[in-house]
Design a protein around this ligand. Sequence first.
Ligand SMILES: Cc1cc2nc3c(=O)[nH]c(=O)nc-3n(C[C@H](O)[C@H](O)[C@H](O)COP(=O)(O)OP(=O)(O)OC[C@H]3O[C@@H](n4cnc5c(N)ncnc54)[C@H](O)[C@@H]3O)c2cc1C
Length: 459
Amino acid sequence: MATTYDAIIIGTGQAGPALAVRLAGAGMKVAIIERKRFGGTCVNTGCIPTKTLVASARAAHVARRAAEYGVTIDSAITVDMKKVKERKDAVVRNSTQGVEKWLKSTKNVTVYEGHGRFENAHRLRVGDEVLEAERIFINVGGRASTPPLRGLDQVRYFNNSSMMEVDFLPKHLIVVGGSYVGLEFAQMYRRFGSEVTVVEMGPRLIQREDQDVSDAIRTILENEGIHIRLNAECIAMENRSDQVAINVDCSSGDKTVVGSHLLLSVGRVPNTEDLGLEKAGIAVDQRGFIQVDDQLRTNVPGIYALGDCNGRGAFTHTSYNDYEIVAANLLAGDPRRVSDRITAYALYIDPPLGRAGMTEAEVRKSGRKALLGKRPMARVGRAVEKGETQGFMKVLIDAETKMILGASLLGIECDEVIHSILDVMYAKAPYTVIQRAMHIHPTVTELIPTMLGDLTPLE
Ligand SMILES: Cc1cc2nc3c(=O)[nH]c(=O)nc-3n(C[C@H](O)[C@H](O)[C@H](O)COP(=O)(O)OP(=O)(O)OC[C@H]3O[C@@H](n4cnc5c(N)ncnc54)[C@H](O)[C@@H]3O)c2cc1C
């Protein structure tokens, strides 16, 4: 016998729980299914634990730099990795338990713990239970991808999930993958005290960003003693007694890097292959992402896909925004769309990169006339006062409409500062609005109007 609901949600990632509570509040009878840990990737193995670890790493880094600020610390700076992990675990526990309690205590919401699988378009099985609903919302997220690298099956390696169990200091951590996740781990472990080598297949780090951003990030990491090996086109692994050796076959330098531990950080894949999507007739693309329209509807009426599994975003805020879009359309008659949102994200190395809209490369490719504003952080008073002058701020303006096209802000507090630009972009106001705004002194943000007052044509 199937239990019938008004709505079923698969996964308690960044969209599912909020949607469950909202639908239940609107009087619907809702089921939500979770096979692992409440809160999904962000809460358990993604944003929250990594940013908690980044904070510990920063504390160690600042302590080591104390003398620069005239502060004397008489003993050597050491990091207690067990305590670092305990702190991270406490923050994660609080969040995951919060999500679980929230769902389990919400009227009209029934929580099922187990793996959900479609039996047909409106019927799901979770263990021995069979559930049915006209509306089904898929929020199953993704996981670290494991590409078929030569020798990988012979060596021990970590991914972002297993890395969360580390409570010791790796002597030499090799990070394969020089993009967002890999670089955050690389810098934090260097600051904890490990030797760190980043191995990247491409010619530069974090290749989705502009060349000047990639170069500046490389400098920041190399200044801290992180080894960077680019153009590692022929990555292969093997054990060397109790160590791991990575053949990097780079055009310069040693062909092999030998380290104590390996972290694989080479992208994410959606959790869609064991959902029974074929039984429901739900279309996926070649990489397994569920295909959705601008309002997150799949090709099957009544079924929606939200978050990382739809390939329309790869962030907590894009997943949560998916929830807002679906809820607005279903419950408020407000036709919000995915295409309404502006690209925005941060890279949480220290100092962080805050991004909004187009990159300079994208602007150039679009062929439009544009203006460029750029300012090194060394010319930002607040950064100088804080002794944090690495990086730069860059903004691109449409020369005809005066609209802000995009910004890359790499520097202290720039994960926050970027919002002053992002909000003006959402307001669809010309850059002159922010250029004339009076900002508070001394802040990093106060230099945004100054930068906008000194634009040059993008050659
Ligand atoms: C190391 C790391 C750091 C990150 N840092 C950031 C950051 O700083 N900022 C940011 O915005 N994003 C960050 N992200 C990305 C962010 O974590 C994800 O974009 C976000 O969690 C997406 O959430 P989601 O809603 O798609 O699903 P997820 O959070 O992945 O949750 C999906 C849930 O569905 C469950 N599930 C899957 N299949 C089934 C099934 N068949 N039955 C039942 N349950 C199922 C899973 O167990 C999981 O709990 C980071 C990711 C990683 C890996």
